[in-house]
Design a protein around this ligand. Structure first.
Ligand SMILES: C[S@@+](CC[C@H](N)C(=O)[O-])C[C@H]1O[C@@H](n2cnc3c(N)ncnc32)[C@H](O)[C@@H]1O
Length: 302
């Protein structure tokens, strides 16, 4: 279940939120267009017309939290806030889709394991998980590294970023429901998670050695500058480009290419295809890319 959907479900003992009244339930086409423009400019997310009711229900929760009943006033208030205002962050958090799971697109993990084992001969391996959501992906990377370098601390650092600060806070806690880890290999579950007891029954927590490999930090892929000092050997940018149009994807890919080591790997999501950026990335199969060799003209000019 997506985090946003989970948030909508009231826990036992919690008050059920009332259904919106007829007056409340209006998100006019003009307001929907405003939302589309704002989230596109801010996060690069392209919302198609079919997302009208999703936008309505996600933002309705913000209106309720603020005691407002009118989308126009909400959007006026949002636009009058400074760019780093809290409601801007809440607005973005509300409109992102955070679906993820442990070892999603499993075929990438053995590729990373083999690559990191080779790379480690030359020094520490830097991995960036650029749309980390609630943490299942970066922790799957960390577990893969612990399995690869069995018995010693992996010479690996994993930076996990996302634009959505609420999912990152959950990720940093490293606590998951039994349901969320139900499909994990039982051996991995036993080795890398602590089972909750008493009040925490029904939950597991990632073990400290897993948690310690990962650093969490908010980052918007659209930000004009990314705050890094060194390039990465592997970049996971999976299932986020699907929310971007081609021109946004190209802008992000250009920057990803700058921050990938010359022989590094870029991992994409199963339905993402960067064939339109052949000047930047060369397809390796299984949604993995390497930097494209410089074109003969560029090489001559260098
Ligand atoms: C569907 S999840 C994918 C999670 C994970 N990468 C996976 O494949 O399971 C997409 C994530 O991208 C994040 N996202 C959307 N727009 C972003 C942006 N402009 N910068 C950084 N992260 C963004 C969302 O907050 C969300 O957590």
């Amino acid at each position: 279940m997506s985090t946003k959907a989970a948030r909508a479900v009231a826990l036992p003992g919690q008050m059920q939120t009332a259904e919106p009244s007829a007056a409340e339930s209006e998100l006019s086409r003009t307001e929907f267009e405003r939302v589309r423009k704002l989230i596109y400019a801010r996060a690069g997310i392209s919302l198609g017309p079919a997302k009208h009711s999703m936008v309505f229900s996600r933002l309705m929760r913000r209106l309720r939290a603020l005691g407002m009943s009118d989308f126009k006033h909400y959007l006026d208030m949002l636009e009058s806030e400074p760019a780093n205002g809290n409601e801007w962050q809440e607005f973005v958090n509300a409109l992102t889709t955070n679906l993820t799971s442990f070892f999603r697109e499993q075929h990438h993990f053995p590729i990373l394991a083999e690559f990191a084992a080779r790379q480690a001969a030359q020094g520490p391996v830097r991995i960036w998980c650029s749309a980390a959501s609630t943490g299942e992906e970066p922790y799957s990377l960390a577990i893969t590294m612990l399995e690869t370098f069995r018995g010693k601390t992996p010479p690996v650092s994993i930076l996990a970023t996302d634009i959505d600060t609420s999912v990152l806070a959950k990720a940093a806690r490293g606590v998951y429901s039994d349901e969320g880890v139900a499909r994990l290999d039982p051996g991995l579950l036993k080795r890398y998670f602590l089972r909750g007891r008493g009040d925490n029954a029904g939950y597991v927590t990632v073990r400290p050695e897993v948690r310690e490999l990962v650093t969490f930090q908010p980052l918007n892929l659209l930000a004009p500058r990314w705050p890094f000092r060194t390039r990465f050997h592997a970049i996971f940018c999976r299932n986020v480009m699907i929310y971007f149009d081609k021109s946004t994807q190209n802008g992000v890919l250009r920057k990803l290419a700058e921050w990938l080591e010359p022989d590094g790997l870029l991992f994409a999501g199963h339905s993402e295809n960067f064939g339109h950026a052949r000047d930047l990335f060369e397809f390796q199969g299984r949604t993995v890319y390497r930097l494209a060799p410089p074109s003969p003209t560029a090489a001559r000019m260098a």
